[in-house]
Ligand binder design. Structure first.
Ligand code: HEM
Length: 138
């Protein structure tokens, strides 16, 4: 009888762990990690000679806030992204696939800078890579 109760207890503990699975937001390290990734991303894209011309009139602080909220929301965090949708935000910029690739490369390097494990980098990319068609014009 005691053994049955013990096994039942173990099973219950197992199912509780499943229910409490961490969000990607939490796995990344929460708000502080997302702030750091965004900081590193902007350091790169705003000074990357291949795409910096697109950001000539960009208010860094504003873009920072929007990107933090977007990454936070998309990874299951508590934020609400209130910026433009991706088509609207990038319309008229005529962003090419090659420029999108450079952006993604900088995104990966930013996650490296922030010491995000490779396994989690891939999970983040899986969320953002499909936005390519909304952001580019080709
Ligand atoms: C998945 C990829 C991307 C995401 C998630 C993303 C996200 C965003 C967000 C959240 C905004 C702010 C929208 C607003 O103002 O309400 C924005 C604006 C912008 N994005 Fe992107 N973006 C992506 C790709 C790119 C690429 C590839 C480029 C150029 C190479 C780019 C260039 C810009 C520029 C120039 C702005 C306008 C900034 C301003 O207000 O001046 N984005 N993007």
């Amino acid at each position: 009888m005691k053994i049955t109760a013990f096994i039942l207890g173990l099973l219950l503990m197992g199912s509780c762990q499943t229910v409490k699975a961490e969000t990607l937001y939490e796995q990344l390290g929460g708000q502080a990690a997302i702030e750091l990734i965004t900081e590193k991303l902007l350091d790169r894209i705003l000074h990357n000679p291949k795409i910096e011309f697109l950001f000539e009139e960009t208010d860094r602080e504003d873009l920072h806030l929007k990107i933090v909220d977007q990454i936070c929301q998309e990874t299951g965090g508590p934020c609400v992204y209130e910026g433009l949708d991706m088509v609207e935000a990038h319309s008229g910029m005529e962003i090419k696939y090659s420029e999108f690739d450079i952006f993604v490369e900088d995104f990966i390097l930013a996650m490296e800078d922030a010491e995000i494990p490779f396994r989690l980098q891939n999970k983040v990319l899986a969320i953002f890579a499909p936005m390519r068609e909304d952001v580019t014009y080709e």
